[in-house]
Design a protein around this ligand. Structure first.
Ligand SMILES: Cc1cc2nc3c(=O)[nH]c(=O)nc-3n(C[C@H](O)[C@H](O)[C@H](O)COP(=O)(O)OP(=O)(O)OC[C@H]3O[C@@H](n4cnc5c(N)ncnc54)[C@H](O)[C@@H]3O)c2cc1C
Length: 426
């Protein structure tokens, strides 16, 4: 452990944290990927701020009583103290360096914080390949490249794992007889990449991506220079773009059943969409919710036949065909209104429910950095059969590229192909 970090137990908490002017505490656990992702950031920042702020670590499993008394229910959790009182943000999960720095700066005088910020030394990391995105596509490419003794840095704005880590059960990934917990499956792929030597930069802020010069700047101070770039940034749920959606996203409107269905035990929800995601996720939500109304613009579902049959046989699920949502209104906690239009008559009426789930497709995670790359009409990246994009040395794999079927197996396949193609070129 770094010199300026003190590992303590509950009995020292008063002396080492509460009695100090200021302090920062990291409650960590073992076998905890986000804790591992945080450790180097915490260490690095202790070098910068350690003379001004005591840096403390507490092993959560070994100090359960203390953790519970502070309402620390997940690892890692980072707490900031000023004169024994909690201040700033309570950081958990995939913790960003920028958020740590923002909260640390609040503990010390402004001038001192500015001086420390100015003293941050830029770092240049040279590598063969930088992979943007650590879902199944990026991780697989990393495993293949590392096994071919090609140096790889994998950058992710969140924790590696991608969509699989939020998928409840994965039943179609070969090699497992029983359905696998998505989080565990992604964890195993991620660990495999790590064991093979892929260097991770998890939960970072990606400040700039220069595809021509194969340079990526993360967390404001690290420049990663590579010979090739692989884009594996996946896709995200497509918003409907109607009034009330942005305002109530995360507080009444959700895009992830695995994440949020559990909050709707014995409640009523509206699901927007009629494809595979909408129908399969409705089936999952029906384990919790009392009633689900699926609102779909067409007169029949677009999901696969088996999912349709199961959904039609489920008494908790109703269907409102040939209707489109026009507006969301929040009337109170867990009280949402969905104004829908009958596409055959043009008449509108309002559905009331405790929550809304939207499953109307996806858009690629590309923001501005891919402007120079050739894309299809939906914005996905065009590649050749070996995953090369229109810019020399830049590859695209997984859900972010043009393809007919977006699955874990197809993402893994893309990663394999790109890695083999690159290892032959380097
Ligand atoms: C709810 C749901 C259930 C699913 N169930 C199944 C299933 O049962 N079986 C199946 O085969 N498939 C399933 N899929 C599809 C499957 O999850 C995807 O096809 C697969 O995850 C795609 O992998 P990927 O690596 O391309 O992208 P992702 O898994 O989306 O990973 C992309 C990664 O890139 C990171 N990222 C984003 N932007 C940036 C950036 N600018 N810089 C750096 N990193 C970035 C993200 O944080 C993420 O970690 C499901 C999808 C969803 C949404």
């Amino acid at each position: 452990m770094a010199e300026k970090i003190k590992e303590i137990t509950a009995s020292d908490y008063q002396k080492e944290v509460l009695d100090k002017d200021v302090a920062v505490v990291d409650f960590y656990s073992t076998e905890c990927p986000p804790c591992e992702a945080l450790a180097p950031k915490f260490e690095g920042l202790s070098e910068l701020y350690g003379d001004d702020v005591p840096f403390v670590k507490v092993f959560r499993q070994g100090n359960r009583g203390l953790a519970e008394s502070l309402d620390v229910t997940g690892s890692p959790t980072v707490l900031f103290y000023h004169k024994g009182t909690l201040v700033g943000d309570r950081l958990t999960g995939g913790i960003r360096r920028a958020d740590l720095m923002k909260n640390l700066a609040m503990l010390i005088p402004e001038e001192r914080a500015a001086k420390i910020q100015a003293s941050v030394k830029p770092v240049v990391t040279e590598t063969d390949v930088v992979i943007l995105g650590g879902g199944p596509a990026g991780l697989t490419a990393g495993i293949y490249l590392a096994q071919a003794h090609i140096d790889v840095v994998l950058v992710d704005t969140a924790l590696p794992g991608g969509y699989v880590s939020t998928t409840h059960l994965v039943s179609n990934y070969p090699g497992f007889i029983e359905p696998q917990n998505g989080y565990l499956l992604s964890h195993m792929i991620s660990e495999q990449a790590k064991v093979n030597g892929v260097r991770f930069r998890p939960a970072v802020d990606v400040e700039s991506i220069d595809l021509q010069n194969k340079t990526v700047i993360v967390d404001g101070h690290e420049t990663i220079k590579a010979k090739k770039i692989i884009i594996a940034t996946g896709s995200r749920p497509r918003p409907l773009g109607i009034p009330g959606e942005k305002e109530h996203r995360g507080s009444g409107i959700s895009y992830c059943a695995t994440c949020d269905a559990k909050y709707y035990q014995d409640k009523d929800v509206v699901v927007i969409g009629g494809g595979n995601s909408a129908v399969e996720e409705s089936l999952f939500i029906s384990r919790f919710a009392r009633r689900i109304t699926v609102v779909h613009q067409f007169d029949k579902l677009q999901a696969n036949r088996q999912a349709q049959e199961t959904a039609f046989a489920n008494d908790a699920i109703d269907f409102l065909f040939e209707h489109e949502p026009r507006q969301f209104t929040k009337y109170g906690t867990m009280d949402m209104g969905v104004e829908v239009e009958d596409l055959t008559t043009g008449k509108r009426h309002e559905l009331r429910a405790n929550g809304v789930f939207v499953f109307v497709g996806f858009v690629p995670n590309l923001d501005d950095f891919a402007a120079s790359l050739e894309r299809d009409q939906w914005g996905y990246l065009k590649t050749d059969e070996e995953m090369r994009t229109s810019v020399e040395g830049v590859y695209a794999i997984g859900d972010v590229r043009t393809k007919s079927y977006r699955q874990i197996t197809t993402a893994v396949s893309d990663g394999t192909i790109a890695a083999i193609a690159i290892s032959r070129e380097l």
